[in-house]
Write a protein of this length. Structure first.
Length: 125
């Protein structure tokens, strides 16, 4: 369009949204909510540190935390970790033992090169 030539736009082609088995389709499947909920850890409460202030319930973007009397995470946690990162008493934590190796397996040197984030000769730390 910028050149002044007309033609079909990608979304107007019949095959534009046809399912394929290519790299970007795999990446989309791996970063789906269902996969992330299995791979990424759910925040866990340490009740001995919690003072029941309710801060975590107020900042949860989907209202998934109820106070009964301590915070209780529901089944729909989206793993945004706002509750974990902002708790004034650091009463929430998550175990990354399983998630770290999986994330490193997916987000590796080849992945970074495919997306242009890593230049030839550059190393991951």
């Amino acid at each position: 369009m910028a050149t002044g030539r007309s033609g079909p736009l990608a979304e107007s082609r019949a095959d534009a949204f046809a399912p394929t088995e290519r790299f970007y389709d795999l990446v989309a499947r791996l970063s789906s909510d269902a996969v992330l909920r299995v791979v990424e850890p759910e925040p866990r409460l340490d009740a001995s540190r919690c003072d029941q202030c309710g801060w975590c319930a107020r900042v949860c973007p989907i209202g998934n935390i109820a106070l009964e009397p301590y915070p209780l995470l529901g089944a729909h946690c989206i793993r945004c970790y706002r509750c974990l990162n902002g708790c004034p008493k650091e009463a929430l934590d998550a175990s990354w033992r399983f998630a770290d190796p999986v994330i490193r397996l997916i987000y590796n040197r080849a992945f970074l090169r495919w997306f242009g984030d890593l230049r030839p000769g550059e190393r991951l730390r």
